[in-house]
Ligand binder design. Structure first.
Ligand code: ATP
Ligand code: MG
Length: 377
């Protein structure tokens, strides 16, 4: 059976990947000319998939060792070293014993902690307590990459997370020093917090200043997305009205993930030989929201009350400016400016809302749709 062409859970190959031709060209060219890159965009626009797509291009795939490290769930240098080491081992493992042994031999600070499965394959099962000296292990990983015998590319996803570590500034400096020394490796740092990410790379006093080319990823252009969607329907013997894509693109503010999710359902709803029309969107969205309903319900219930009230206010407003100003506070019957500011801090930290130049909005557009459906806002 052929798979649903609207993929919603990660990169599935060039065939299912829409456009990004220009961005891919730029990234591949920068990397193959020894430049480091910071890739920045709001959430769910397609950074992670774009990086995967770039790493799959023959100029990179055939000439580099590539490593993907997602540091979203890390909260210390120990965690960072843990996911980094694990990512390196995972890439090397399929390349044969000689290759992964080369890496393990470098890890003298950890050797006894790596376990082997029944096939003699190594597993990174360290757990954090086992990394006694994170900065030594980090040195060893960098030493390995520097001498890997092939040029390397390391993609660090959600890089701004390092700023949340208790000793974030020190980690930032320590990483920068190692990266600078390691000329066999180029890096892509990606992240969704524009202000945190750009501050790291454009502030003269910060370690990463001027060390990367910054790319701000934009939404996939409407005409490119339309062409992609219609082609996928057509290949399956189905038709897709242009109006459907137009309405979807506007409703989900051109955010790739939500459009893909709805199209995935619309594709299933459309019979072979039939057409997908604009009136089908509501039903598809409702199906999606019903699937997510329990999750949203729990999240909302678990939010501290002040945060929940502000979250509802911002979600109802759409794009909220001056949230601590009297007008906004009164309109949504919030307690006071100062309580709004502290609630906003909590919501930002947990990624429920996002902020750009003083304008706040809820980043999960499906969550907003769900609250509207339930008449919570
Ligand atoms: N060019 C594309 N064509 C088709 N689908 C895409 C494309 N880019 C991303 N997607 C899909 O959109 C969703 C979001 O993409 P991705 O996870 O790469 O975004 P992200 O910017 O890394 O998000 P986050 O900030 O949450 O990490 C995924 O399900 C992915 O499969
Ligand atoms: Mg991502």
């Amino acid at each position: 059976m052929k798979r649903n062409p609207f993929v919603t859970n990660g990169y599935a190959g060039a065939e299912y990947f829409c456009d990004r031709v220009q961005e891919t060209g730029t990234i591949v060219s920068l990397l193959t000319n020894q430049n480091n890159i910071a890739l920045i965009s709001p959430r769910r626009l397609g950074k992670t998939d774009l990086i995967r797509h770039c790493l799959q291009q023959p100029e990179i795939k055939d000439a580099y060792l590539t490593f993907e490290v997602d540091v979203y769930a890390t909260s210390s240098l120990n965690d960072f070293v843990d996911v980094f080491g694990k990512a390196v081992l995972e890439t090397l493992r399929p390349l044969g014993r000689k290759v992964w042994e080369g890496f393990l031999n470098m890890l003298s600070s950890l050797r006894s902690e790596i376990t082997f499965d029944i096939n003699g394959m190594p597993t990174w099962g360290l757990g954090l307590a086992k990394i006694a000296n994170a900065s030594t292990t980090l040195d060893e990983i960098f030493d390995y990459l520097q001498n890997a015998g092939m040029p390397c590319i390391v993609a660090i996803d959600e890089f701004q997370q390092i700023l949340k570590y208790p000793d974030g500034e020190k980690v930032e400096a320590a990483l920068r020093t190692r990266i600078q020394r390691c000329n066999n490796v180029n890096f892509i740092f990606s992240g969704s917090h524009r202000h945190l990410m750009s501050a790291m790379f454009v502030t003269p006093s910060r370690p990463f200043y001027q060390s990367v080319t910054i790319m701000n990823l934009k939404p996939i252009p409407y005409d490119k997305y339309l062409e992609f969607c219609q082609k996928k329907f057509c290949e399956a013997g189905k038709r897709l009205d242009e109006k459907t894509v137009e309405v979807l693109y506007a409703r989900f503010q051109s955010v790739t993930m939500y459009m893909q999710k709805v199209l995935n359902i619309l594709f299933t709803m459309t019979p072979v030989g039939g057409a997908c029309t604009v009136d089908m969107i509501d039903e598809a969205v409702e199906m999606l929201l019903n699937m997510a309903s329990d999750g949203y319900d729990t999240i909302l219930n678990q939010m501290p009350e002040k945060q929940r009230n502000l979250f509802l206010a911002i979600s109802a407003e759409g794009r909220a400016c001056n949230i601590s100003g009297g007008l906004f506070v009164r309109k949504y019957r919030l307690l006071s400016s100062s309580s709004v500011l502290s609630a906003a801090k909590g919501l930002l930290e947990k990624d429920f809302i996002t902020q750009d130049k003083g304008v706040y909005y809820t980043y999960d557009l499906l969550f907003v749709e769900w609250m509207k459906m339930k008449r919570i806002i």
